[in-house]
Write a protein that binds this ligand. Structure first.
Ligand SMILES: [Fe+2]
Ligand SMILES: [Fe+2]
Length: 302
């Protein structure tokens, strides 16, 4: 639960299109909604933000206290967040910056608002700088959906795009490792938070999608189409296979110190092969039927 003070800021923000008075008058404020690392419940926090070019940055300052704020622990466990900014609201992936990039971005933050420098001076911990990213490939996904088939294709496009993105980042990571061989400073071990956060966000979205297919879509459709029984059995089995790989990926990424990159890359390739085949088959088998069901679902008709 937000504190009464935070709740009043949230209420004022939402009532006035993102503008808040009092101590925040004229400041840049957004609302960040995270999912509790332990509870799975949503938490909304008002946060100051700084823009650096296209980047939207927030800082885990916690007013200079010795502990990271709760929202920071939440985004490490569940990187998919919701952002309210002015009158806009969008999904984003929270990616803490690391190393030299973090220091560079923090310098930009302090240049925009010196108060963050004071918070940093008050605490021994390095204040996290978190980039709130809107997934780049989302531009390719049509916004409108006229029926259930369009809706399924939207979600599948998101999943395919996110997986492609994580694989491209992982390949780039390996290329950077290879380029560092020989004399000079050794490459940083592990995969880095960027790949980790993108992969966890993908896994969460995938799990959510398959859980809702298993619990709602497939049983409902199976009731109307008993002839597709074998198809639904096969799709459910594929979900279980994909879920096993997904759990393996999440386990590899469990700590924030980084997974074994070679194992991670092999598991990611397996995920890509299994999931692509699954999505292709599901679309081939179900889209023709789903295209006849209007979206959004209306009240039942006689
Ligand atoms: Fe699906
Ligand atoms: Fe599926």
């Amino acid at each position: 639960m937000p504190t009464p003070f935070n709740q009043s800021v949230i209420d004022e923000f939402r009532a006035h299109g993102g503008r808040v008075g009092g101590p925040f008058e004229g400041g840049d404020l957004l609302l960040l909604t995270t999912t509790g690392a332990r509870t799975g419940k949503e938490h909304t926090t008002p946060l100051g933000y700084v823009r650096d070019g296209d980047l939207l940055l927030v800082v885990g300052s916690n007013l200079g206290s010795p502990h990271h704020p709760d929202w920071y622990h939440n985004v490490l466990a569940r990187p998919a967040v919701r952002v309210e900014l002015g009158t806009e609201e969008f999904q984003a992936i929270a990616v803490p910056a690391e190393g030299e990039r973090r220091d560079r971005l923090f310098a930009r933050v302090v240049a925009a608002d010196a108060g963050y420098g004071d918070y940093q001076a008050r605490t021994g911990r390095t204040l996290p700088v978190v980039v709130l990213e809107r997934p780049a490939h989302e531009a390719d996904i049509p916004e409108e959906a006229a029926n259930f088939a369009d809706k399924m294709v939207q979600v599948h496009l998101w999943l395919r795009g996110q997986l492609r993105h994580v694989r491209a980042e992982t390949d780039a990571h390996f290329a950077a490792l290879a380029a560092h061989r020989g004399p000079g400073a050794p490459p940083a071990p592990g995969l880095g938070l960027q790949i980790r956060q993108h992969c966890l966000a993908f896994c969460d979205a995938l799990e959510f999608h398959h859980t809702s297919e298993d619990a709602h879509l497939f049983p409902t459709m199976a009731g109307y189409h008993p002839e597709l029984r074998d198809t639904f059995d096969r799709l459910a089995e594929e979900h279980r296979t994909v879920a096993r790989i997904q759990r393996g990926l999440a386990e590899l990424l469990g700590g924030i110190d980084g997974a074994d990159p070679e194992r991670f890359r092999a598991e990611l390739a397996r995920m890509s092969a299994e999931l692509t085949a699954h999505l292709d088959y599901e679309e081939e088998a179900l889209l023709p039927i789903l295209a006849a069901l209007p979206w959004p679902p209306g009240p039942p008709r006689d």
